[in-house]
Write a protein of this length. Structure first.
Length: 65
C-alpha cells in the first residue's frame, strides 16, 4: 500500500514538473514573439525617421537655392 502511494505521489510530482516545463516554454515563446515584434517596430520607426530626415534635408537644400 505504501509503495502504491509513493508511486502515485511520484507520478503526480513528475506531472507537475512537465506542466512547469511546458509553461516555461510557452512563456519563452511569447517573450521571443514580443522581442521580434519590438525589433520590427523599431526598424519601421527608424525607416520613418530616415525618410523624415531626407525630407528635411531636401527642403533645406531647396530653401538654400
Amino acid at each position: 500500500m505504501k509503495t502504491l502511494l509513493v508511486i502515485v505521489a511520484a507520478a503526480a510530482l513528475a506531472g507537475c514538473g512537465v506542466e512547469t516545463a511546458t509553461t516555461a516554454a510557452t512563456a519563452a515563446s511569447i517573450k521571443k514573439q514580443e522581442l521580434e515584434q519590438g525589433q520590427k517596430t523599431m526598424q519601421q520607426m527608424q525607416q520613418k525617421i530616415d525618410a523624415s530626415m531626407q525630407q528635411v534635408q531636401q527642403r533645406t537644400e531647396s530653401a538654400d537655392k
